[in-house]
Design a protein around this ligand. Structure first.
Ligand SMILES: Cc1ncc(COP(=O)(O)O)c(C=O)c1O
Length: 314
């Protein structure tokens, strides 16, 4: 039986489909088209590009039309150590929408209860905590999530959007950016990454076989209890900068007494087969990402390593 070893998706499949003997023709045509390829190596500014474009396209490239944004909340004392409380949010009842990112992969904070935005549609970037548990989608006007954390490979974004918002969507933006375009075309306006979607189908089947989202939630809560439990138990060595109640169950961040020990921790963990534990470059420290794919056994292995490391280096 044939074995699939690789699959490629490209938005330029017509070019890839053309026979190899035609490639020099493409190159010649591209080289002759100055807006496409400037062989003199001169940089072209965005304004120059827009000026040289077909006027119909140029009219669609309108970054100035993207409306003003207002922060409803900000870091407390310069730190993102907790999720803001409802009373701390400055929500404008006339806003077009209120946006939040339900899990912060860098600082390791997560919204467990979503804010009340009144009649203003709530919009969430759930990229890093989509489908870790059941959630009430009726609370939201729009949810979007890159697949790459909990549900499959990168290249796919899941979007759940209320029908009335699709209908009310702006039409003064490029057609490809309008949800109505994708809704009308049944998500086939552009070429879908079929291989990634196929893998997502398999992941969703696996989630169902393992007991569905309620089982996923229990498993994620158990993992979090184990890992945060270890950090708090060994608090003279490990420290989680995030307040209890806001601690992410997807990205567990913590610090060690010194940066040198953190480097040693990462290096020894790697030798023990645990990779990807380095915190985001903007904050440093350690970050254990415990997405759905990480099981309880994996977290137990990390906890044993942490106990051992603290004993030897504390
Ligand atoms: C919450 C959140 N939003 C957005 C992104 C970035 O996604 P992309 O690289 O697909 O734009 C990430 C990280 O992958 C994320 O965690």
């Amino acid at each position: 039986m044939a074995h699939l070893v690789a699959a490629f998706g490209t938005s330029h499949s017509p070019a890839l489909n053309s026979p190899a003997e035609d490639f020099p023709l493409h190159a010649e045509r591209d080289a002759a088209y100055p807006n496409h390829l400037d062989l003199s190596g001169n940089p072209t500014t965005f304004e120059e590009l827009v000026a040289s474009a077909n006027p119909a396209i140029a009219a669609e490239i309108t970054p100035d039309r993207i409306a003003a944004r207002v922060a409803a909340t900000t870091a407390v004392d310069g730190k993102y150590a907790r999720i803001p409380k409802q009373g701390e949010l400055q929500l404008d009842p006339k806003a077009a929408y209120v946006h939040l990112t339900s899990n912060n992969t860098i600082f390791g904070t997560q919204w467990f209860d979503f804010p009340d935005a009144g009649s203003v549609p709530l919009v969430a970037d759930m990229s890093s905590d989509f489908l870790w548990r059941p959630f009430d989608v009726r609370r939201f006007g729009l949810v979007y999530a890159g697949a790459q954390k909990n549900i499959g490979p990168s290249g796919v974004v899941a979007v759940l959007v209320r029908k009335d918002l699709v209908e009310k969507g702006r039409t003064d933006i490029p057609k490809i950016f309008r949800y109505s375009t994708h809704a009308k075309e049944n998500s086939l306006y552009n070429t879908p990454p079929t291989f990634s979607i196929y893998l997502i189908r398999n992941v969703l089947q696996l989630v169902e076989e393992q007991g569905g989202l309620s089982a996923m939630e229990q498993r994620n809560r158990d993992k979090g209890a184990l890992l945060y439990g270890c950090i708090d138990r060994l608090s003279s060595f490990y420290r989680c900068p995030v307040e209890a109640g806001s601690r992410s169950l997807m990205n567990v961040v913590f610090r060690l007494p010194t940066e040198e020990l953190e480097a040693k921790f990462i290096s020894e963990a790697s030798k023990a087969g645990m990779v990807g534990l380095k915190g985001h470059r903007s904050v440093g420290g350690i970050r254990a990402s415990t997405y759905n794919a990480v099981d309880l056994t994996g977290v137990r292995t990390l906890v044993s390593f942490m106990e051992e490391f603290a004993k030897k280096n504390g």
